[in-house]
Structures are given as C-alpha cells and as structure tokens.
Design a protein around this ligand. Structure first.
Ligand code: GAP
Length: 443
C-alpha cells in the first residue's frame, strides 16, 4: 500500500486533505489524474447502469435531507459502531476490532492501559441548519445515498412513467464519522457512493437478487479487474444490516487483505414501509397492467464506493516490470494497467524532438484527437523517460512524431502493456484507437 500511496501523491492522483495544516483525517483530495480517473470510473458505472439498461434512470438528490428521513431509515437508532477509549494513551478503537481478551480484561492493545466500557457511537455527522443551534435545527450529512432515491421513487414513477421492475441510479457524496480511517482512501469520513436501487414485486425479489449479483460480477470482468482478486462474502445473521433480508459483499484482495468493495442487498420493503409510516404518505405502487394491484415494492440494492473502487483500481492496475538488464533503476518500469475506458489519459502525443517542426505537428495531431480522447502532450526529456512517465500515469497509448512523419505522415503507436510499437498513418489514428479500446483485453 505504501508504494501505491506514494505513487498516488507523486503523480497527482490523491493528496492528503489540508496537507499544509498537517492534514485532515478521513478526508482526501483528488489531484489532476485522480479526478480524471474518478470521473471515468463514475462514467463507466453510470453508462453500465443507465445507458445500457432501459429500465434504470438516474437521480441526483440533495445531501441534506429532512431529519425524519434518518429516523425512518433506522440510522438514528441503529447506525452505530461500538467504541472504546484507552484512558492512558487516549487511543480510540472500534470494539469489534480489538481482541476479545483485551475487551474482557479492559486492557488497551497498544499500551496496556485501562479501556473504558464499550459504548455505542452513531456514525452520522450532525450539524445545524439556520442560525439557531437547537434541537429543532439538527440536520445530518447523509451516510448513504440510497435514502434520496427512496423518498423520490414515486416522483420518478410519475414523471417518467416507470413500471416495476425498474431501477434508480445515483452517484454522490456520503459522510460517516468513522472511528478508524487507516489504509489510505479505503475507509474515509467523506467518500462517494455509486448506488442503484431496483424496485421489484414482492416474491420476485430473490430472483432479482441473484440476477444483480451476476450482473455486478460480470461488470468487474468487463472493467478488466483481475478476477482471482475478487470473491463473494455472504453476510451471516450477526452481520446483516438492520434493513437487509440477505446481503453479499464483493470483496477485493487489497494489500491489507480481503475487504468489502461493493454490497448487493435485498432490502425488502423495509425502507419504503418506514417512509410511509414516518411521512404518512402512501408508498404503494399501483400496477396498472395487473388489475390495479397495490403493493409496496421490494428493493434490491447494489452499493459500491466510488472512492473505494478507485483504490481497488489503483491496486489492481499497479505493476512493476523488469524491462532491461543494465543493472540500474532504468531496468524496471512502474506501470498502471488501467482499462483504456477508465485511464485518466487515453493517448499521449510525443514529438521525438522539439525542433524542426516536430512539436507543431505533434500538437496538431493532439488537437485532432482531443475531441474523441483524453489526449496529453509531452515534449520534455528523452523519449524513453516520457514513455515511463506515461506508463506510471497508466496511459494505454503513446503516439510518437518523428522525422518520417514529416515525409509520409506516419507515426509510431506504442502500446503501454506490451510496449510494442506499430507504424500507422496519422489519419488512421482515431479509428485505430477506438478499435483498440473496444477490443482491449488485459493480458
Ligand atoms: N446503501 C447501503 C450502504 O451504504 P454499505 O455497505 O454501508 O452499504 C456501501 O456501503 C459501499 O460504500 C461499501 O461497499 C464501500 O464500498 C463504500 N463505503 C462505505 N463506507 C465507506 C467509507 N467510510 N469510506 C469509503 N467507502 C465506504
């Protein structure tokens, strides 16, 4: 993880939040390459969910929701972690992550000091809306994006004439006052989620649950993730969230071990029933094609962390490869093997020299490609070094402009993964790149 954290900072993927003030725990900033990568991961998920599924539409609900939302959802009552403090070294732990013998003996696992009793700690960030800081003005930062979808599900049905089964997808920030925020961007207080809620007829929920598990697994395959680094984990009785009838996590083998990447949950009619109860509004679906039968739909949820997916993608793409045998640092390259669809830079155009009009030609080629691809331009340093820089940024294709380009219009197209080079005419570049992206398979 250290290598990934250091590459992420060096190349401008992720910076510590408020670094000049010593940093802010639980929050991270996404630099020029990081924000491109994050946007592309989000776009790939959005396309998969909405554009490729006629029965799924999008939504962007507010982060601040009526506080009753969180009473209805059960988060005020149940969204807690067990917490213990050390009276001596002042360390704070999640009690479920401290060895049982330490909890029983009330002994700090770090300094041996006395631990407090275990108490429940609500993970929701609480603040006040308006000038008065009283109980009437309490408001929460949403701990999941899902509730914004539930309270809007009837609006979406009415405005878009949706018929069950159908889904609503959303990407947005969520906030949790996490007690432990180690492992880089894995678990943070401010993060982003990509959630899809699929509304189905009660009785068909188990079939849809299986279907969505299949689709989410296939999605990671499509993204080129190493599938032997993914596995399913079914929640046992004690693990199930208060709303879930059944739940599976897709886990990834991060450097610190197997950890949750995404959850697929059968949330039943719990959330809609509770919103009906707390708001007094009718949350029933009227099936106009089925004799006006009324029912509260069941919900199958797929919930992935966007920022956690970005960490997974960085870990999965990271590779060090021996490419020469000269006995120095240049023998090795660090390469991020991103799928071209999510790579922050798709193609870099590099003039062999700055002089003799090569830079101008390279800039012209880059301009031609810019409309269709995230195209970078780099003229600084030896060509080998520039290839290495692009390998580290995960750029799948480099185009080199040389003296032959001036004569016959051909360029060198270099492939990141194999380092192979082919000579093609500059006019064929765009079509060739589209083809390469479409047919990309990770070696
Ligand atoms: N709506 C259901 C829900 O929020 P969850 O298992 O608590 O379920 C879903 O969270 C996903 O959100 C997780 O699989 C993870 O990818 C991401 N996530 C949750 N807490 C996070 C945190 N503190 N930091 C980063 N990502 C987080």
């Amino acid at each position: 993880m250290e290598k990934i954290t250091s590459l992420a900072k060096r190349r401008g993927f992720v910076f510590q939040s408020s670094e000049v003030y010593g940093g802010q725990n639980g929050a991270w900033d996404y630099g020029p390459l990081g924000v491109e990568l994050k946007n592309r991961i989000a776009a790939a998920w959005w396309k998969e969910m909405t554009r490729l599924n006629d029965d799924i539409v999008g939504l962007d609900a507010a982060i601040l929701m009526h506080p009753r939302t969180w009473e209805a959802s059960g988060h005020v009552e149940n969204f807690t972690d067990p917490l213990v403090d050390c009276k001596k070294c002042k360390s704070r732990f999640r009690a479920d992550q401290v060895p049982e013998e330490n909890i029983a003996a009330k002994k700090c696992p770090e300094c041996g000091g006395e631990l407090t009793d275990t108490r429940k700690f609500n993970l929701m960030f609480k603040t006040h809306i308006g000038p008065a800081e009283d109980s009437a003005s309490v408001i929460y930062l949403r701990p999941e994006t899902a509730q914004g979808i539930y309270v809007n599900y009837k609006n979406v049905i009415q405005s878009n004439r949706m018929k069950i089964p159908f889904g609503i997808a959303q990407i947005g920030k969520a906030f949790r006052n996490e007690i432990v925020t180690k492992n880089f961007i894995f678990r943070t207080c401010e993060f982003e989620q990509m959630e899809m809620q699929f509304f189905v007829k009660p009785g068909s929920d188990e079939g849809w649950f299986d279907e969505w598990r299949k689709r989410r697994w296939a999605y990671y395959e499509k993204l080129g993730v190493r599938m032997d680094s993914l596995r399913w984990h079914r929640h046992g009785e004690g693990e199930l969230a208060h709303y879930a009838k059944d739940a599976y996590d897709i886990e990834y083998l991060f450097p610190m071990g197997w950890r949750e990447l995404e959850g697929v949950h059968n949330r039943t009619d719990f959330d809609l029933n509770r919103h009906a109860q707390y708001s007094g509004k009718d949350m029933q679906y009227i099936d106009q094609d089925g004799g006006n039968e009324r029912y509260i739909p069941y919900i199958i949820e797929t919930s992935a962390g966007l920022t956690r997916t970005l960490l997974m993608i960085l870990c999965d793409a990271y590779d060090e490869e021996k490419v020469a045998d000269k006995g120095n640092d240049d023998d090795w390259r660090t390469v991020l093997r991103f799928h071209p669809v999510i790579a922050p830079i798709t193609v870099a155009v590099l003039p062999l020299m700055k002089k003799d009009g090569l830079a101008e030609t390279a800039l012209e080629i880059r301009r031609d490609l810019q409309d269709d691809f995230a195209a970078d331009y780099d003229q600084g340093g030896a060509i080998g070094r520039r290839y290495r820089r692009q390998d580290e940024a995960g750029t799948p294709f480099c185009v080199t402009v040389d003296y032959q380009t001036k004569e016959d219009g051909t360029v060198t197209l270099r492939f990141r993964d194999s380092m192979e080079q082919v000579r093609i005419h500059r006019d064929e570049l765009a079509a060739r790149l589209h083809g390469e992206i479409r047919s990309y398979k990770r070696a």
